[in-house]
Design a protein around this ligand. Structure first.
Ligand code: RIB
Ligand code: CA
Length: 317
């Protein structure tokens, strides 16, 4: 099966790191480019983290920096979750220098050279870079096979009662993507809350890695991923269910879609100032009469998801 050409835009970010290692360890995906925005931390931190994450996997995928802020306002960071360093205190060796240029231009360069409907865009943070790329050259949208996002919620939010962090940090950018008319799949908080990390789950994962009596189970990426999982703070929203592993769910959809059940829906953004700004207003039942504009991932086989995570990341260097 021909690997799926992908561009991953991210804001590493603890769960972004695990998602990137899952993607880089999955032969089903051909990661052409990693682009970075601010979000979980400032852009300088998220780009340094992205370079280190990709390098630890021993891959020469270009990493290009992009948006330091949203289309209409600065980003607000999430140090309370990811720490000031964006990786919950887990130190990685520095990666190589950034590839030159800006993320939105690099995304367009890849799309311009690609055949029709051949490139999958993955958004793991605020989608400012993706929106800038496609708003500047709308004709390139026809090179996009699918947009896959960790974003939004039809239930309660996680940064405000109404909104999920990525959508809330740049709702106008997400509205641009929702209006493109290209296949769009969304892993919302309602899905990612089914992929919760608990101490027991981590212990099981640590035992799974790459078996070897002498060497630690798994390579440096797996050890770093386990260290990150151990460092994740408890989620007040999830109580004793642990911490939801958000971004890897978007990658798992591309690698193992049979782990999911999905339905079509219609979503639009709440853009007005106020307590609901940034909310993804999601219609799962056809109540608005609007034509569907996205696929919603509704359920996840969590055991299969974590087994996939262990198998793919433990096989990395
Ligand atoms: O709301 C969860 C999302 O916000 C994840 O992508 C996490 O990395 C943060 O960016
Ligand atoms: Ca993220």
């Amino acid at each position: 099966m021909t690997p799926r050409a992908c561009i991953i835009d991210c804001d590493p970010g603890t769960d972004d790191a695990v998602a990137l290692w899952l993607a880089l360890g999955s032969p089903e995906l051909d990661i052409r480019l990693v682009t970075v925005a601010g979000g979980n931390a400032g852009l300088a931190t998220t780009t340094a983290n992205a370079r280190a994450i990709v390098a630890l996997a021993g891959r020469a995928v270009p990493v290009v920096a992009g948006a330091a802020g949203a289309l209409l306002r600065p980003f607000e960071v999430a140090a309370h979750v990811h720490g000031k360093d964006g990786l919950a205190g887990v130190r990685l060796p520095d990666g190589p220098p950034l590839a030159p240029g800006l993320a939105a231009d690099a995304i367009r360069d890849v799309l311009r050279a690609a055949p029709y409907a051949s490139v999958t865009l993955v958004g793991l943070g605020p989608v400012t870079n993706l929106a800038l790329a496609l708003a500047a050259e709308p004709a390139l949208a026809d090179r996009v096979a699918e947009i896959v996002l960790m974003s939004g919620a039809w239930g309660e939010g996680n940064i405000t009662p109404a909104a999920e962090f990525n959508a809330w940090n740049d709702p106008e950018a997400l509205q641009i993507l929702l209006g493109l008319g290209r296949p769009l799949t969304m892993a919302t908080l309602d899905l990612t809350s089914q992929a919760c990390v608990t101490p027991g789950r981590i212990a099981g994962l640590a035992a799974q890695g790459r078996p070897g009596p002498a060497a630690p189970r798994g390579g440096a990426c797996w050890q770093a991923a386990l260290a990150i999982l151990r460092a994740l703070p408890p989620s007040p929203r999830m109580g004793d269910r642990g911490y939801p592993l958000h971004d890897p769910c978007a990658i798992a959809w591309l690698v193992a879609p049979l782990l999911f059940a999905a339905r079509e829906g219609f979503a639009e953004m709440e853009l007005a100032p106020g307590p609901s700004r940034g909310r993804t207003v999601i219609d799962r039942w056809g109540r608005t009469g609007r034509a569907p504009n996205l696929r919603l991932l509704e359920t996840l086989d969590a055991e299969g998801f974590f087994a996939l995570l262990a198998a793919r990341i433990a096989a990395l260097p």
